[in-house]
Design a protein around this ligand. Structure first.
Ligand SMILES: Nc1nc2c(c(=O)[nH]1)N[C@H]1C(S)=C(S)[C@@H](COP(=O)(O)OP(=O)(O)OC[C@H]3O[C@@H](n4cnc5c(N)ncnc54)[C@H](O)[C@@H]3O)O[C@H]1N2
Ligand code: MOO
Length: 450
């Protein structure tokens, strides 16, 4: 199999010490493949899942011409410019109970919204536009045109037309559309499994008492949120101390259970870290410095799962074949590894910039990158050319009605509070320099993404 370094080396101008975010994206596009296994799920369980096959409409929606208003159905051919119309009401059509009688010239049928249009009638006058006069109604001149307030059969979807395409994620609207086709079940791709853990001796699990030099683990919680919103099965493997045996065990357990493994911390050049060396020892991993901020150091690779390391006695490990590891058709024998930098905002930014699009592609989604909004920066932003910067921003509508974005304060890569106040990331591209107040910038808005 082609090694990670070989795949990376095929990128133009590859330099592991100076990767651009475009190169990382291109690398991941080459590396990852969608899952193939399918399952059929009930509609309620389909939200957020990815369609395994195109859905062709088995029926027309709506199935018949019907009224868009409560009112009176009549033949629009009787309308004359400048003239009122007097019609005799000869029956009633209810939603679910069609009028089957015949309608002569000068007659109309009382009709409710959704009721089938009676034969030969093509126009509906809303009841508030009419005056009743015994058995008759009056319609004032020039209120309507022929065909008004009639919904045509198949105007939403024609029988045999493509309704949804393979690779689309099932949104609330798509679930509704599937239900409107009478489909109680749908074929989706299997859910992706993603295992994650935090590394570092200074990382406290919740519930542990504070101690000097230690910080509570936040990365596992932001990752939990990001993965859950993405709709994958998120497998939390806790905090793993910087100990080779514990790290080995964690990587083995993660790779055995999951399609992808995400770690945070220990990928920079720090001396005390065994995370890097364990990744190198167990897997096929590239360590990069990316020209971006935050999120500079990152490891990407594969960890084999065809051998699982089981604890033998207290500290020794032995390789043994296991039947409990998953067989994934993405990478049959290994899990994809994302070694994210430890700083809490760097975790979120590298996830949004690289991990999320890669996981979406693995999930089988055809749409893997979120659309960027263009907004005017309300202030000057300092930016170095030669790296992609992701600044936490708050987008809103300015006094002139145009979209405007401002930075939410301290942009340190450990500062989560400015991330909380943001509703998007201002994406400042690699080549660009300082942003002047009033300049237009790209924003990846969180709503709909995280
Ligand atoms: N000489 C250099 N030093 C550093 C570089 C560099 O290029 N040369 N890069 C800096 C950047 S940028 C980052 S980001 C960090 C990434 O380093 P690591 O991935 O090795 O992360 P750690 O050192 O383990 O942790 C960094 C920072 O984040 C805190 N952290 C870690 N895990 C968690 C967690 N689960 N929850 C909350 N906070 C966490 C940790 O305490 C550290 O403060 O390296 C720079 N240094
Ligand atoms: O990856 Mo680091 O973000 O910039 O501190």
């Amino acid at each position: 199999m082609t090694s990670i370094e070989q795949i990376a080396a095929s990128l133009e101008g590859y330099d592991p010490q100076a990767m651009s975010s475009t190169q990382v994206t291109a690398f991941l596009q080459r590396l990852v493949q969608p899952v193939q296994e399918r399952e059929t799920v009930a509609l309620h369980d389909a939200l957020g899942r990815v369609l395994a096959a195109d859905v062709v409409s088995p029926v027309s929606v709506p199935p018949h011409d019907n009224s868009a208003m409560d009112g009176y159905a009549f033949d629009g051919g009787a309308l004359r410019p400048g003239q009122s119309l007097r019609l005799r009401v000869v029956g009633t059509a209810l939603a679910g109970a069609a009028w089957r009688g015949s309608v002569q010239s000068g007659e109309c049928v009382r009709i409710m919204t959704g009721a089938v249009m009676p034969e030969g009638l093509d126009t509906v006058v809303p009841q508030e536009f009419t005056q009743a006069d015994g058995e008759h109604i009056h319609i004032a001149p020039d209120l309507l045109r022929a065909g008004d307030n009639r919904r045509l059969a198949g105007e939403d979807l024609m029988q045999g037309a493509g309704a949804l395409a393979a690779g689309e994620r099932i949104t609330p609207a798509a679930i509704g559309l599937l239900a409107s086709l009478g489909m109680a079940q749908v074929q989706v791709l299997r859910r992706l499994r993603v295992a994650y853990f935090s590394t570092g001796d200074e990382i406290l699990s919740l519930g542990e008492p504070p101690r000097e030099g230690a910080v509570y683990d936040s990365n596992r919680y932001t990752l939990f949120g990001l993965l859950t919103r993405l709709g994958v099965e998120a497998i939390d493997l806790g905090v793993v101390r910087d100990d080779p045996a514990l790290l080995r065990d964690a990587f083995a357990r993660a790779a055995a259970q999951a399609d992808a493994v995400i770690t945070s911390g220990g990928v920079s050049v720090g001396e005390a870290d065994h995370t890097r060396s364990m990744m190198r020892e167990l897997g096929d991993v590239a360590f990069w410095r990316i020209a971006m901020r935050p999120g500079r150091p990152m490891a990407v690779g594969r960890i084999p799962r065809d051998k699982i390391w089981v604890k033998n006695g207290s500290s020794a490990y032995a390789e043994s074949a296991s039947s409990s590891f998953i067989r994934s058709n993405i990478f049959p024998n290994e899990a994809l590894l994302f070694g994210l930098p430890g700083n809490p905002v760097a975790v979120m930014v590298t996830f949004l910039a690289f991990v999320r699009p890669a996981l979406l592609r693995m999930m089988g989604c055809t749409q893997a990158t979120p659309p960027l909004l263009r907004a005017r920066s309300s202030e000057a932003i300092r930016k170095k050319a030669g790296r992609t910067e992701y600044q936490r921003g708050l987008v809103g509508v300015g006094a002139d009605g145009q979209l405007e974005v401002r930075v939410t304060g301290n942009q340190g890569s450990g500062v989560l509070s400015s991330m909380v106040r943001a509703n998007g990331l201002i994406v400042l591209p690699h080549a660009s320099g300082n942003v002047a107040a009033g300049e237009m910038v790209d924003v990846m808005v969180f709503d709909g993404v995280i």
